[in-house]
Write a protein that binds this ligand. Structure first.
Ligand code: NDP
Length: 292
């Protein structure tokens, strides 16, 4: 068997196109331009790349993009004051603080100072609680992108066994909540899980969000299962730099029914969902109908 490759790049392009159409309607019918502010503290090279491409794509779909680049020495109060100003800026509908923050800053305090309605990353404790109780919330972008691809591939996910490997607040836990919301039977695995291969072999859907290059081999995968690979790991092989996921692509693709590649799978969907969340936040702020 050879797995269907779920093309995250093509899927994300379609989502961005829909976002762009919605932005055009908001401008033409209501004179409103959705605005996204991204805050970057410090000079982490990977974060700088993400922020740049978020800014570029925000502009491409016709939205307003604001970037605040602060020095690594920025104090807590200075950052909180900036977030407060963005919370009160009517032209800004989404605020994203790029993580990780330098160690001297309190990440929880910073994230929870973002107005929940503008928290387009969905990390504010209010949004986490709303998602957990099945209420309307801002949904974290990476798991949202995974869910959209799963729904597009399978239609209904009801009754499927899903195993999420990883229990972080930004990927594993919200992913599990979303799959539960779609009536999967969900197992969350982590570094203390006993007999992980056996746990994974029961899954119709495997979401790998571990941060360990190629950790999941094909012989852990039930034939025909869908593998969603969230991992982004930079490795060096044969003297060349390479991006790989948390699943061993070749051996998993030989057994799975469908798989997301790295790069070109979950990554592009994350930014597309960020743009979609910003439009949603803008519509909610203005009492307008939201995109589906
Ligand atoms: P974290 O490091 O926060 O969490 C990793 C999780 O994996 C933890 O829950 C940890 O368990 C678990 N884990 C680690 N080792 C093992 C093991 N040997 N067996 C089972 N579980 C294990 O990572 P993130 O959730 O932030 O990110 C995960 C991956 O996804 C990374 O590669 C990251 O780069 C990528 N990522 C990709 C995004 C995208 O847009 N595509 C966005 C965000 C992240 P424990 O809790 O017990 O320590």
């Amino acid at each position: 068997m050879s797995a269907t490759v779920i093309d995250g790049r093509a899927f994300a392009a379609k989502v961005r196109e829909q976002v762009g159409e919605h932005v055009t309607r908001l401008k033409e019918a209501h004179g409103i331009t959705p605005g996204l502010a991204v805050v970057l503290v410090g000079e982490d090279p990977a974060s700088e790349v993400y922020v740049r491409s978020k800014g570029k794509m925000t502009l491409e779909v016709g939205m307003k993009s604001v970037e605040h680049k602060l020095s690594a020495q920025t104090g807590q109060q200075e950052l909180l004051d900036l977030i407060d100003a963005l919370n009160n800026d009517p032209e800004i509908h989404g605020i994203l603080v790029q993580l990780p923050l330098p160690d001297h800053l309190d990440e929880d305090l910073v994230i929870n100072s973002i107005a929940p309605a503008k928290d387009v990353d969905g990390f504010h404790v209010s949004n986490v609680g709303l998602l957990g109780t099945g209420q309307k919330s801002m949904v974290p972008c990476t798991p949202l992108g995974c869910l959209m691809m799963l729904r597009a591939h399978h239609g209904s996910l009801s009754g499927m066994n899903a195993v999420v490997i990883g229990r972080s607040n930004i990927v594993g836990k919200p992913m599990a909540q979303l799959l539960l919301g779609d009536s999967c039977t969900v197992t969350i695995a982590h570094s203390r899980t006993k007999d992980l291969p056996e746990v994974v072999r029961r899954a119709d859907i495997v979401v790998a969000a571990v941060g360990r290059p190629e950790m999941v081999p094909g012989d852990w995968i039930k034939p025909g299962a869908t593998v969603i690979d969230v991992g982004i790991n930079r490795i060096e092989r044969d003297g060349k730099k390479k991006l790989v996921g948390d699943a061993d692509y070749d051996s998993c693709a030989a057994v799975a029914g469908a798989i997301t590649p790295v790069p070109g799978g979950v990554g592009p969907m994350t930014i597309a969902c960020l743009l979609a969340n910003t439009v949603t936040a803008c519509c909610r702020a203005n009492g307008l109908e939201e995109p589906e």
